[in-house]
Design a protein around this ligand. Structure first.
Ligand SMILES: [Ca+2]
Length: 193
């Protein structure tokens, strides 16, 4: 009987240790994730570069952070959920974000990582030179960052081509299809098809 009690005690002790260990590892995981978040850039939001930054597409994809694009009237803010620790909120029809990208000949798809508050604050335009791509996320938006896979920009270049990529609310040529405001944009990504 005493031996059984001892075994039960030992088993209980092992269970307690296992529980502590699992608690420890859980809090360890959350510690490391919060450490990851705090490792994101802290302090004031990055200022817009003085002119559109230039990128060259290499490898299988090119990711351009919204906060690193030349931007006006975008509210750049720290966001632990966003790539690079920052995103930009499109606040008005004056909001623009631009970059210059050189693509080798080939086929590409372009997507934006977007967090839209609701279906009335989610649509905007991406211009590749003069061609506008009306862009929006799920309908209704899922409530956090998602790629705009419903509205992929399909690009084809016969030869190496340098284009201006410009994000803004409206396409002046489609006044009946206005863009909206209030959504957070994290980055734009181009992938080789
Ligand atoms: Ca970002």
């Amino acid at each position: 009987m005493k031996l059984v009690n001892k075994v039960v005690t030992v088993v209980t002790a092992i269970a307690a240790i296992a529980m502590l260990a699992s608690c420890g590892s859980t809090s360890g995981a959350s510690d490391s994730s919060s450490a990851g978040a705090s490792a994101a850039p802290a302090g004031p939001a990055p200022e817009s570069p003085s002119e559109p930054p230039k990128y060259t597409f290499e490898g299988s994809e090119l990711k351009i952070e919204l906060e690193n694009m030349y931007n006006e009237e975008f509210l750049i803010f720290a966001d632990a959920k966003a790539s690079g620790g920052y995103a930009g909120k499109l606040v008005s029809e004056e909001s623009i974000a631009t970059a210059i990208v050189t693509f080798p000949a080939g086929d590409y798809v372009g997507l934006v990582m977007e967090d839209a508050p609701d279906g009335n604050h989610d649509a905007f335009n991406v211009f590749i030179n003069d061609t506008a791509y009306r862009t929006f996320p799920s309908d209704p938006p899922i409530g956090t960052y998602e790629l705009t896979t419903r509205t992929p920009m399909n690009l084809h270049f016969d030869a190496e081509t340098t284009v201006t990529v410009k994000i803004q609310q409206n396409d002046p040529n489609r006044p009946n299809k206005p863009g909206e405001t209030g959504m957070k944009l994290d980055y734009i990504v181009f992938k080789k098809k």
